[in-house]
Design a protein around this ligand. Structure first.
Ligand SMILES: Nc1ncnc2c1ncn2[C@@H]1O[C@H](COP(=O)(O)OP(=O)(O)OP(=O)(O)O)[C@@H](O)[C@H]1O
Ligand SMILES: Nc1nc2c(ncn2[C@@H]2O[C@H](COP(=O)(O)O)[C@@H](O)[C@H]2O)c(=O)[nH]1
Length: 217
């Protein structure tokens, strides 16, 4: 890696139907990997019990949210389950320019928008499947943070979210949490290696091409 080109962080995107385990996996990863930081989204949804402003989300009104989006301050934004959610752009750009990897918990619409953004070269997308629909519902109910009506709404949307699985680079099944976390770490380790080796590989390929040209001269 040359001094003129500092290593850029990865954008690691996690998507899944609601309740498959993105937040749980994110918490585990963030607790043990100091080079990953979480992208704190803005949302118009009401805070759940225990959710902290600026830690879990930036809780905003619709007007404020729409003004940020109109000012191009969001890397992506979408309506999910009747609320607006979006990723503030500046913290992500700052973190990756410092070489930190950024973890996103976003729905398929957010995943698509980030994958199509100017940062696409550094994006790694991972979709988390539940082992079954019955288990997905059981997890949403066991989390005990949403009303029956909200759980029903999220279950109704889960098929649509799952239909986007093949758009992702990697797909994991979160049956056993420890095993799924291990797979997630393995993906991140491999993607870091791929990014870190790229400058060296480009140098080697350039040298090989020069050699071809010398032989043809
Ligand atoms: N492998 C697992 N086995 C059993 N329970 C799990 C597993 N993974 C997560 N859970 C539990 O399932 C519930 C939902 O998980 P979590 O909140 O992480 O889902 P999520 O995908 O982030 O949902 P949302 O999209 O609604 O934010 C939590 O109570 C969590 O403890
Ligand atoms: N497109 C985006 N989706 C987001 C963002 N932040 C969260 N989400 C997704 O919303 C649902 C519901 O989240 P919850 O916290 O209300 O359970 C879930 O699928 C998240 O992945 C975002 O910034 N952009």
């Amino acid at each position: 890696m040359s001094a003129a080109q500092p290593r850029r962080g990865l954008l690691i995107i996690l998507s899944s139907p609601s309740g498959a385990g993105k937040s749980t996996l994110s918490r585990r990863l963030l607790a043990s990997d100091s080079n990953v930081r979480f992208s704190i989204s803005a949302t118009t949804r009401d805070p759940r019990v225990g959710e902290v402003e600026g830690e879990h989300y930036y809780f905003t009104g619709r007007g404020e949210f729409e003004a940020m989006a109109a000012a191009d301050q969001m890397l992506e934004h979408a309506e999910v389950f009747g609320n607006l959610y979006g990723t503030p752009r500046a913290p992500v750009e700052r973190a990756i320019s410092l070489g930190q990897d950024v973890l996103f918990d976003v729905d398929w619409q957010g995943g698509q928008q980030i994958r199509n953004s100017s940062l696409r070269d550094a994006v790694v997308t991972i979709f988390i499947l539940p082992p079954s629909i019955a288990e997905l519902e059981a997890r949403l109910r066991a989390r005990a943070q949403d009303s029956d009506e909200v759980v029903a709404g999220r279950m109704a949307k889960s098929r649509d979210e799952i239909s986007h699985w093949a758009e992702y680079d990697y797909v994991l099944v979160n049956r056993d949490l420890d095993a799924c976390e291990a797979d997630l770490r393995a993906i991140i380790a491999a993607e870091r290696l791929r990014r870190d080796r790229r400058p060296e590989l480009l140098g080697i390929v350039n040298a090989l091409n020069r050699e071809f040209e010398e032989r043809m001269a």
